[in-house]
Design a protein around this ligand. Structure first.
Ligand code: EPZ
Length: 417
């Protein structure tokens, strides 16, 4: 199993490119179930989760291939309507094949994803949404078994904001008979990206990016071409990498507007940040102030940057209160940061971080999930001596060539098998 070894103390400087967004690419790949033919994508990141999605699609009879800059998906009539436990347990986002299969083929059998390191993560709202569209759903032997002769447009109010639930029900509604109104939907940029691809395929979606979406069902969708949006969480992680080492780093090919909540908090901590339409730069700063954050659905501070921001706060001046409102168990990185010398008191969904600008020292640590891995890499960049991060496969699920990108900026980081 690969490990990452980081020797702290190097100041990062220079420019770094953002890759395509994992959490958008996965969804547009699942949306190809809705239309037979060849779909053409650009900016699909080379990640473990993309491989897992390709494997799942292959098990259904859909073939994916990389061809230079393009990522082609050859969608045809499905040979199987079942997403098996073995494939779904590798990646929870696999549940996103439910809506497209049900809408296009009138049936779907998808394994329940099971537990997760960051919270219980139920899929009840996906199921309620499908039921509202007229599907009959049974949960049996660990699988969701869904059937519908024809989905019918409806008005559905999500009880809580859910990114995956919004995407699943939105995809299902594209081929429903009549109009669907979805209320209290998530407004994440990845949802807008998916809606834009669905519209390119011929869907009639409006209101994406607001709390209420309207989807006028159409009879058929056809394949199209699309460039996946830049990964806002990777961009934010790289920006924090520059900040935590006191360097000047420009993150290129991103949409600064997508990480406004992070930029706002970095400025509050004392950093000078400048932006262009597609880049964001953090200026060198020796010491910064502790600031509080509360994670919430977009456009508020993203849960997917909470762990990385916590690393920055462990070496800030003062005490920061970090509140996690999206997932109930997303502080697994706290104990690992404490192994590096961080002074943190976690209590349920709140962590009190007492910053110490010289407080971290290298140690072996364990990555527990994707963003926790990134937070440990960031902490390793400023910890004195060597930090070895075990279970780095979590990082490979969602960050493309992270050690190469950070290495080019001047970090001492290497992968060991
Ligand atoms: C997406 O997960 C992302 N994953 C997550 O990124 C991200 O943290 C999350 O949205 C929130 O922004 C992908 O896009 C693949 P949710 P998702 O449904 O869709 C509860 C990463 O690191 N809920 O918005 O699964 C749920 O338990 C990952 O890249 C229900 O109660 O998140 C959670 O508390 C991790 N019932 C909250 O809603 C449901 O039916 C938000 O979950 C669905 C969700």
């Amino acid at each position: 199993m690969d490990k990452m070894v980081v020797v702290g103390g190097k100041t990062l400087n220079g420019e770094v490119r953002t890759s395509g967004a994992k959490n958008s690419a996965l969804k547009v790949l699942f949306s190809t179930i809705l239309a037979e033919g060849t779909h053409q994508f650009q900016n699909v990141p080379d990640l473990k989760d993309i491989q897992s999605t390709s494997e799942l699609l292959a098990s259904l009879g859909i073939h994916c291939e990389r061809n230079g800059q393009d990522f082609l998906v050859h969608s045809g009539s499905l040979k199987s309507m079942e997403a098996s436990y073995d494939l779904v347990r590798k990646m929870r986002a696999s549940i996103l094949c439910l809506g497209p299969m049900l809408a296009k083929y009138g049936e779907a059998v998808v394994s329940l994803p099971g537990g997760c390191a960051i919270g219980s993560r139920p899929i009840d709202l996906h199921i309620e949404g499908m039921k509202a569209l007229g599907a009959e759903i049974e949960l049996k032997e660990g699988y969701v078994r869904a059937k519908a002769k024809k989905l019918r447009g409806t008005t559905f109010l999500f009880e809580n904001i859910t990114v995956g639930g919004t995407e699943n029900v939105m995809m299902a509604a594209t081929l429903a008979e009549g109009t669907t109104i979805l209320e209290n939907v998530a407004k994440e940029p990845e949802i807008i990206d998916l809606a834009e691809y669905l519209n390119k395929m011929g869907a009639k979606i409006s209101g994406h990016g607001t709390a209420v979406m309207k989807i006028e069902g159409v009879e058929k969708l056809k394949p199209a071409s699309h460039s996946v949006m830049p990964d806002r969480i990777e961009a934010g992680t790289l920006l924090i990498a520059g900040a935590i080492t006191g360097g000047e780093v420009t993150v290129m090919d991103c949409v600064p507007h997508h990480i406004e909540s992070l930029i706002f908090k970095l400025k509050e901590a004392g950093f000078k940040i400048s932006t262009t339409a597609s880049s964001v730069t953090v200026q060198p700063l020796k010491q910064w102030d502790a600031v509080d954050i509360t994670t919430s659905p977009y456009p508020q501070f993203p849960t997917d940057l909470q762990a990385q921001f916590m690393s920055l706060m462990t070496v800030a001046n003062g005490t920061s209160v970090i509140s996690e409102t999206v997932f109930e168990n997303r502080f697994m990185h706290v104990q690992e940061l404490m192994r590096l010398g961080a002074d943190i008191t976690p209590k349920s969904r709140v962590a009190v971080v007492r910053g110490n600008p010289n407080g971290l020292t290298g140690a072996p640590v364990m990555a527990t999930d994707l963003r926790a891995s990134a937070c440990l890499v960031l902490a390793g960049l400023v910890a004195k001596g060597e930090t070895t991060i075990n279970r780095i496969y979590h990082l490979d699920r969602g960050y493309e060539k992270m050690e190469i990108k950070l290495g080019k900026l001047g970090a001492s980081i290497s992968r060991k098998s």
